[in-house]
Design a protein around this ligand. Structure first.
Ligand code: AQP
Length: 327
C-alpha cells in the first residue's frame, strides 16, 4: 500500500488534459492505496479569480472527481484552504527554498510573461505551496501530468534539504506520469500544452463541452498539410489528436490509424469528435447529478477536510518541534 496524492486548481472548468493527465491516473491507483485528492484553491488565487466563480468551480471540481470514479470512502477528498497547515508548512519551506530555483520554474516564467513587476508573489511561490501540499502527508506517489514534473523535483529537493538540516521528517515523493496523456497539447497550438487559462477557447476541450462545441473545436484544430492519418512525431498536431482519440475511445493509436487508412482529415475529425462526445456525455450526466446536490458535495468535502486536518496537524507538530519553535 502506498500513499498517493494529487491536486488540481479550481481555476475553471477542467479540460481533457487535466482528466487524462491527473484524474484518470488517480482513479486507477485508488484501490489498495491510501489516497488524497484536493482542490487547491489557494493555488488558484495566485492569478485573479472572481469569488463567485471560484465557489462554483470548487463544487464543480468535487463533482468531477466523484463523477470520474473517486470514492470518498477510499480517497480523502477535500479543499486545500480548509487545512491551514498547508500554508503554515509553505512558510517554513520558504525559508529553505532558494530564489534561484524558483526563478527557473517554467510554469512561473510562462505565467509571468508580459506581467512585468505586477506579477504576484504568490505565483512565484506556487511551487513551495505545492511542496507543502505533498510533504505534509508523507506522500510516496504523485500522479501528475508532465508539466508538473519540475515542481515535483523541487518538492523532492526541499524534502531532502529539510531532512538533512533538521533530521528525517519528510518522505521524498516520486511523480507518476502516465505513458499516454501526460501532455495533451493545445488544439490551436500543438507546441504548447492544453491549458484552462489559454487565451482562446479553441485551445481546449472542456469536460462540459457539448457535442456541437466539441465538433467545432476539433474541426478548427491545427493539423498540417498532410493527407494521410498516421502517428508520427513530425506531425505534432495530428499526433496529439490521435492521442486524444485513443484515450477517449480506449482504442490503440495503431487501431485508429488502421481504421482511417485511405481516409482524410475530414472523416478523422468527425470520428474523433464523436468519440470525444461519447466519452464526455455520460461523464457530464454524472457531474450534473452531483452538482444538483451541493449539500452532499459540501458534506463530503467537510468530512475529507477533517480527516486531512488530523494527519496534517500531527505532521506540523513534528515540524515545529524539529525547527525549534516548540517550547
Ligand atoms: N495539457 C495537459 N495534459 C496532461 N495533463 C495536464 N495537466 C494540466 N494540463 C495538462 C495536469 O492536470 C493537473 C492539474 O493541473 P492544475 O489545475 O493544477 O494546473 P495546471 O497544470 O497549470 O493546468 P492548467 O489546465 O494549465 O491550468 P491553468 O491554466 O489554470 O494553469 C496536473 O497534474 C497537471 O499536470
Amino acid at each position: 500500500m502506498s500513499r498517493i496524492l494529487t491536486a488540481l486548481q479550481p481555476s475553471g472548468i477542467l479540460h481533457i488534459g487535466n482528466y487524462f493527465g491527473a484524474i484518470a491516473p488517480m482513479v486507477s491507483l485508488q484501490d489498495g492505496n491510501e489516497n488524497f485528492l484536493f482542490a487547491v484553491d489557494y493555488h488558484a488565487i495566485t492569478v485573479p479569480q472572481d469569488p463567485a466563480e471560484l465557489r462554483k468551480n470548487l463544487l464543480f471540481a468535487a463533482a468531477t472527481y466523484l463523477a470520474a470514479g473517486i470514492d470518498p470512502e477510499k480517497t480523502t477528498l477535500f479543499q486545500q484552504s480548509r487545512v491551514s497547515e498547508h500554508t503554515e508548512l509553505a512558510w517554513i519551506l520558504n525559508t529553505i527554498a532558494h530564489m534561484g530555483e524558483l526563478e527557473r520554474m517554467t510554469q512561473y516564467k510562462d505565467k509571468a510573461a508580459g506581467k512585468g513587476e505586477g506579477v504576484s508573489v504568490g505565483l512565484f511561490d506556487y511551487p513551495v505551496l505545492m511542496a507543502a501540499d505533498i510533504l505534509l502527508y508523507d506522500t510516496e506517489i504523485v500522479p501528475v501530468g508532465e508539466d508538473q514534473k519540475q515542481h515535483l523535483e523541487l518538492a523532492r529537493d526541499l524534502a531532502e534539504r529539510f531532512n538533512n538540516r533538521f533530521g528525517d521528517t519528510f518522505t521524498v515523493p516520486k511523480p507518476s506520469i502516465p505513458k499516454q496523456g501526460a501532455r495533451i497539447m493545445g488544439l490551436d497550438d500543438p507546441a504548447k500544452k492544453m491549458s484552462k487559462s489559454a487565451s482562446s477557447e479553441k485551445n481546449f476541450i472542456s469536460l462540459m463541452d457539448d457535442e456541437k462545441t466539441v465538433l467545432k473545436k476539433i474541426k478548427s484544430a491545427v493539423t498540417d498539410s498532410g493527407t494521410t492519418i498516421e502517428y508520427t512525431k513530425d506531425r505534432p498536431g495530428l499526433a496529439n489528436l490521435l492521442t486524444i482519440y485513443s484515450l477517449a475511445s480506449e482504442k490503440s493509436t495503431d487501431a485508429i490509424v488502421a481504421e482511417y487508412e485511405g481516409k482524410g482529415y475530414g472523416d478523422f475529425k468527425v470520428g474523433l469528435a464523436e468519440a470525444l462526445s461519447d466519452f464526455l456525455s455520460p461523464l457530464q450526466e454524472k457531474i450534473n447529478a452531483h452538482l444538483d446536490d451541493p449539500k452532499e458535495l459540501i458534506a463530503i468535502l467537510d468530512k475529507g477536510a477533517e480527516k486531512a486536518k488530523a494527519i496534517a496537524s500531527e505532521k506540523m507538530r513534528i515540524v515545529r518541534d524539529r525547527i525549534g519553535v516548540t517550547l
